[in-house]
Design a protein around this ligand. Structure first.
Ligand code: ATP
Ligand code: MG
Ligand code: MG
Ligand code: MG
Length: 464
């Protein structure tokens, strides 16, 4: 099944169950101070979950564009993480609950009429004390006990954290569905069913109030499920993203092969260029502040991957048409801004390449200094200076050092970076966002517990 067909099949299945099909919300919400980018399908329904305002419908289904900066370190490394991805979801606002959510998910995944996955290759998790969910899986779906595990609040309570600890707001246990590919390869989480049945207010221990109307919030990874259905080893091998990786290989001039040494950098380039194309399409240009800063970092990282592969001129902008090719069926509007997006990307590429040239001169100075002092590494302080002054990502400094048979004092660099992130400036906050995701960054830099973002910190995931 092609990725475009899967999206349509999911949405029509849930329409048949009475859910109203809603379009994806924007990628960069302008009226939501709690998130920089849309992290999950539920984001556009926060008010409905809280029971704020009049409900036009009580059941919905969407395919939502999402962006999770917290997953950036996993991109191209694990088989299944992107920054930009699409999340399929079905939602209930005080309408259906656990029983239907579980039965419908199972029907959709295993029925021959829909995805027809082998039930023996699926397993699930439930929250420690969620006997209701356990019993539905075990007694009604007839899933054997050895394929249902009970996991703690880090995996199976949302927002993650002990049930009675903050943040306040709607919360509840969840149940995740995993696929186990034949041949002993690592399993992959494809779908998370969240049962938002509590409102968390005030201090523990009695701060979990059952909601009068219970909700359902589910999220299924489009690219992950497509990779399962297409029998490929990574999301980057599915029909759409493979095409983008091949285009990246052509533009950079190395060609693309999954196992080639250039595979991983080209997967990162493909991921990041998709994320920045959609952001700039929505009017968020690379810059110094908030979302713009993230876009700038994604662009620079992608440019740098190409630079290190020997492509030392603007090239990312040439990939925009390839992004449009694979994404315009669900999002035809992106075809309308191609020229503007290309122009914006190219300008930023030119500007950053100029900075790289200037930084290179300073790098050579630091190299000479290390040699004169008889050191076998570039000082962490100097690498940090290059990062702060010239925007040299540490990967670039390390790659340049390696070319000169010298290393970089990464421990010292990391310490300085850590101190910087713990500082109070907005630059510190944003660097933290890029490396750890907004939730952790916010916890570190403010005492604000109102954050209701959905994003967790970087997971280890499967290394391929
Ligand atoms: P993981 O543990 O693999 O990082 P998660 O538990 O953080 O996933 P959820 O927050 O439960 O993910 O999101 C719902 C679904 O969205 C996941 O089951 C998965 O299919 C998909 N998903 C989550 N993060 C990503 C990502 N970075 N790239 C692609 N798909 C993702
Ligand atoms: Mg998970
Ligand atoms: Mg999950
Ligand atoms: Mg995750």
């Amino acid at each position: 099944m092609k990725t475009d067909e899967l999206r349509e099949s999911y949405l029509s299945f849930f329409e048949e169950k009475g859910c109203v099909r809603r379009p994806s919300d924007v990628l960069v919400p302008r009226d939501d101070p709690t998130v920089l980018f849309t992290p999950a399908g539920m984001n556009q329904f926060k008010d409905q979950f809280l029971g704020v305002g009049k409900l036009e419908f009580t059941k919905a289904t969407t395919c939502q564009m999402c962006l999770r900066t917290g997953d950036i370190q996993n991109v191209g490394v694990t088989a299944y993480h992107h920054t930009f991805f699409e999340m399929l979801g079905n939602f209930s606002f005080g309408d259906y609950f656990k029983r239907e959510a579980i039965h419908w998910a199972w029907e959709y995944l295993t029925s021959k009429k829909y995805l027809g996955l082998d039930p023996n290759l699926l397993s699930v998790t439930v929250y420690l004390d969620d006997d209701e969910a356990y019993n539905i899986w075990h007694d009604e779906i007839k899933l054997p006990a050895n394929r249902i595990s009970r996991e703690n609040e880090h995996e199976n309570f949302w927002p993650a954290g002990a049930p009675s600890d903050g943040p306040d707001g709607v919360c509840g246990p969840c149940s995740e569905i995993f696929y186990h590919p034949n041949g002993g390869k690592d399993n992959v989480e494809i779908w998370n069913l969240v049962f938002t049945q509590f409102n968390r207010v005030g201090d523990p221990p009695n701060n979990l109030k059952p909601l009068p109307k219970k909700n359902i919030d589910t999220g299924m990874g489009l690219e992950r499920t497509a990779s399962v259905l297409q029998g490929v080893r990574s999301n980057f091998e599915i029909d759409t993203l493979k095409q983008l990786c091949l285009a990246a290989g052509d533009v950079v001039g190395t060609g693309y092969g999954f196992d080639k040494p250039t595979g991983r950098p080209l997967r990162r380039i493909s991921d990041h260029v998709r994320a920045i194309t959609f952001s700039i399409h929505e009017g968020v240009n690379p810059g110094r502040d908030k979302e713009s800063y993230v876009v700038r970092q994604l662009l620079r990282r992608a440019l740098l991957e190409g630079y290190l592969l020997g492509k030392q001129e603007p090239f990312l902008y040439q990939l925009v048409p390839a992004v449009v090719d694979i994404m315009q069926t669900p999002y035809p509007e992106i075809a309308k801004t191609v020229e503007h997006v290309q122009h914006t990307i190219k300008e930023e590429e030119e500007q950053f390449l100029g900075v790289i040239e200037k930084g290179l001169t300073r790098f050579e100075g630091f190299l000479k200094k290390a040699e004169q002092e008889g050191k076998s590494e570039i000082a962490g302080e100097d690498a940090f200076d290059l990062h702060q002054t010239d925007g040299f990502l540490i990967e670039l400094t390390e790659a340049l050092a390696a070319k000169n048979n010298i290393s970089v004092n990464r421990t010292e660099f990391n310490n300085l970076m850590q101190q910087h992130k713990e500082g109070s400036g907005s630059g510190a906050f944003l660097d933290s966002v890029m490396s750890e995701g907004p939730l952790t960054a916010l916890h570190k830099t403010t005492s604000d517990t109102q954050f209701k973002g959905y994003e967790t910190t970087v997971d280890e995931g499967t290394v391929v």
